[in-house]
Ligand binder design. Structure first.
Ligand code: GLN
Length: 189
């Protein structure tokens, strides 16, 4: 199995490292020609969603990646990656791929509590370390979206069809179980 990791900006290296640890090959996606190599799944990392959204368009990656996701390529968005996938970003008129029926609120934990770690229950996995960095939360969801984790009653992980989103960053911990969960989702297709 080969996983493409969007590598324009933000925390892509940590995802590549976690994939390496599991012996899964990866491709860093920076330009359209990187999409020529076959891949089985896609990771959209954390970073700054507005910057990634702009770079995706400037580098002509927006349309080909959107097509791949629409065709059913399994995709996992962490933090900013989740914002890229959401159908609606609260208070903003711009969306990005807009393929997942969730609405998200950016920087939802406020500036004071911008970054923190805790542990929380993830459906199908159990207790997990969760690292949040200026994280978004999931506000509204359509009935087909399965919520997989909450923190303080905020929804912080969800699954819909071939898409997985986490507001926190499993790739910043040594725990690879969410990555394994995602690879399991991708393998099952
Ligand atoms: N606050 C960032 C955004 O809105 C997301 C932060 C992250 O990816 N760690 O894009």
């Amino acid at each position: 199995m080969t996983v493409g990791v969007l590598a324009l900006q933000g925390g892509f290296a940590e995802h590549v490292h976690a994939l390496n640890k599991l012996g899964v090959s990866s491709i860093e996606i920076r330009r359209p020609k990187d999409l020529k190599s076959p891949m089985d799944a896609l990771i959209l990392p954390g970073g700054e969603s507005t910057v990634m959204g702009r770079l995706l368009r400037e580098l002509d990656l927006y349309r080909p990646l959107l097509d791949l996701i629409r065709q059913g390529m399994p995709v996992w968005g962490t933090c900013a990656g989740m914002i890229l996938l959401a159908n609606e970003v609260e208070g903003e008129k711009d969306t990005h791929f807009a393929v997942m029926p969730i609405s998200v609120r950016r920087n939802a934990f406020g500036r004071q509590l911008g970054s923190f770690s805790c542990s929380g229950l993830f459906t199908g996995i159990g207790d997990l370390p969760m690292t949040f960095i200026r994280a978004p939360i999931i506000q509204k969801v359509n009935k087909n979206v399965q919520i997989l984790a909450t923190h303080d009653n905020f929804r912080v992980a969800a699954r819909y069809d071939t898409m997985l989103v986490t507001a926190f960053h499993p790739e910043l911990t040594n725990d690879t179980r969410v990555l394994q969960y995602f690879l399991g989702m991708a393998n099952a297709l």
